[in-house]
Design a protein around this ligand. Structure first.
Ligand code: NAP
Length: 229
């Protein structure tokens, strides 16, 4: 069975998730950071696109020691499985997501990835080959489900989230809206890609909660599915 997919992003008041140079910016504060860490600790796996790995080099480890201890007590690894979507296996072998903290890594590539790089990655991660040109996200979700991943957190970026939304795979979205304007028509947003054209194609959301955190607002949405693929 495919995992339940929860997207989490922080965006500026004008809907940008980083600058037009794709430079990481601090959008939320300490309290929201703690919320995100807990959300991560409660997930079986956490996923990002290769664009985010190359731009931000996140480790996606659980930072809070108490959260890590809870995971250990539940018989889990300290950190959720870390998953990268990376068609041509561009991920550096030194990337923090591959090198920091214990636990399992998965790199999902397409058939166009270099076999030598795949062989190198296989020494440190599980490699899923899915899709001819770009990674087939539905197949990846099937594989992750088979690996026992029930709850998957997606941390961005906008290209990957848009593709997951388009494929009807996303179940919940947490978007923290911070008190800054980043601006720039080319700055990434929560859902980039080509976007929908017809109103009938728009993804419908149901608002679960709107909560003030520090100087921003956290919106929690459920995605309304006709049928989940
Ligand atoms: P991204 O969404 O992290 O990764 C997109 C890349 O994934 C694609 O370019 C593609 O590269 C690969 N990919 C492979 N198969 C795919 C598929 N089926 N569908 C979609 N993508 C697929 O990159 P991004 O849009 O450039 O976002 C990065 C930016 O987001 C950075 O500026 C980062 O700081 C920001 N960010 C912000 C937050 C936040 O919460 N504020 C969180 C995360 C990231 P290949 O063709 O090479 O495979």
């Amino acid at each position: 069975m495919r995992p339940h997919i929860v997207v989490n992003v922080a965006m500026s008041a004008d809907g940008k998730i980083s600058t037009r140079e794709r430079r990481q910016v601090r959008i939320s504060g300490t309290r929201d950071f703690t919320r995100v860490d807990r959300l991560k600790a409660g997930s079986d796996a956490v996923m990002v696109g290769i664009g985010t790995v190359l731009a931000d080099d996140p480790s996606l480890t659980v930072k809070d020691e108490i959260c890590r201890e809870h995971r250990r007590k539940r018989g889990l690894e300290e950190h959720p499985v870390r998953v990268v979507i990376d068609s041509s296996a561009r991920i550096p072998l030194t990337a923090s997501i591959l090198t920091k903290g214990d636990g399992k890594r998965v790199v999902a590539v397409s058939k166009r990835a270099d076999p030598d790089k795949i062989a190198q990655l296989k020494k440190i991660a599980t490699v899923i080959v899915a899709g001819a040109d770009e990674v087939d996200l539905c197949t990846v979700m099937d594989e992750l489900g088979t690996m026992g991943i029930k709850r998957l957190m997606v941390e961005g970026g906008g290209t990957l989230i848009a593709a997951l939304v388009l494929a009807g795979l996303v179940d919940e979205i947490y978007s923290f809206i911070g008190n800054i304007i980043i601006g720039g028509k080319d700055a990434p947003t929560l859902a980039d890609g080509n976007g929908f054209v017809k109103e009938s194609e728009f993804t419908q959301l149901t608002l679960v909660e709107a909560r003030k955190i520090e100087d921003g607002i956290l919106l929690h949405w459920n995605v309304t599915h006709a049928t989940k693929p």
